[in-house]
Design a protein around this ligand. Sequence first.
Ligand code: PMP
Length: 396
Amino acid sequence: MSISFRTAFLRHVGQTSPEPDGFEVSHGEGIFLFDKEGNPFIDCISGIAVSSLGHGHPRIKDAIRKQLELHLHTMVYGEHVQEPQVALAEKLAQLLPAELNCTFFTSSGTEAVEGALKAARKYTSRYEIIACRHAYHGSTAGAESLRSDLTHIAGARPLVPGVKHIDFNDFDDLVKITDHTAAIIIEPVQGEAGAIVPSAGYLRAVRDRCHETGTLLILDEIQTGMGRTGSMWAFQQEEVIPDILLLAKAFGGGLPLGAFISSQKIMKVLSHDPILGHLTTFGGHPLSCAAGLEAINILEENHLPARAVSLERIIRKKLEHHRALREVRGRGLMLALELKNPDNLFPAVKACRNEGLLVDWFLFNNFSLRFAPPLIISEEEVNLVCAKLTTALDSL
Ligand code: PMP
């Protein structure tokens, strides 16, 4: 007798928690995900800031199909000249400031973090790294060692040494960045801490302190990049330019893709002395790069980053004063709906599900709902989502 998919999922697929969401996906279309019974749900989290163009965007599917007919993997990263990789790297060099003209492709966010840390340590000949408390940068050893919360790092000991922490938005803490610090890694809007926005001038102060001390600024835009906060990259709103920029999540248009991007001068430390100093088999997979380039084109042509700002305004107007909410926080379509009563978090998620909305919470913030719908969501659909959210919050 065959077991149900759900049972097989729990039994044979490695789990990340004893209580997974368990939504049984049938298919996706636009902003909708359909369950096995054919019920539509509006995706208000985009697979944690990945599906920014919704599900099954025809242009992304075409780009993947076109590349599929030409070739898949041909050789480990960095040896063959693959058109989709080069085209995407060129496009990034066009879009980004001149200092960020060299892209090292990876398959995931955490791998981009690892590459950036390694490059920064090698470039500066220093080993100390500063990270922010309550940041999440990934689950591989180096990225995991950047975490500040004891519960999580307890299981990962011994950690990679040399990490110090500062509080996000604490200007006084910036003195901890010294001429011993190789790099500070920071998110322009903290994701898993609950969509925490930088205070006015904070990232500028971080940048200045890095200049003073010869420290590299690594901006983790794995969640904030690709238009989510209202500009293609969140740093554009802060008048800072990082030394190393990290991308992943929405970067691959729904396929696995990450990158760390810097000047050629910094990047060179990974290809010289020793040569082959940093390797990956699948980094910059041709299918992912083809989809990623098309994703950037769609974002640009449809002005989706700017639209995220006008949609944010509507959401704030409709929800900010709901009696169950303390605040609507975040930037663009990277929002947190903070509940007055933290006990309401899981009932709120459930009530939203009953209304046909997929929402979620954050790793380090157990009193806020995550709200990060696909950037292609229309104004009409935003109004519908706000009405459904209001009904769900009314029921608490
Ligand atoms: N940095 C940030 C800001 C993230 O949100 C995440 C994933 N949630 C990562 C890094 C790690 O990315 P990945 O899961 O692709 O390894």
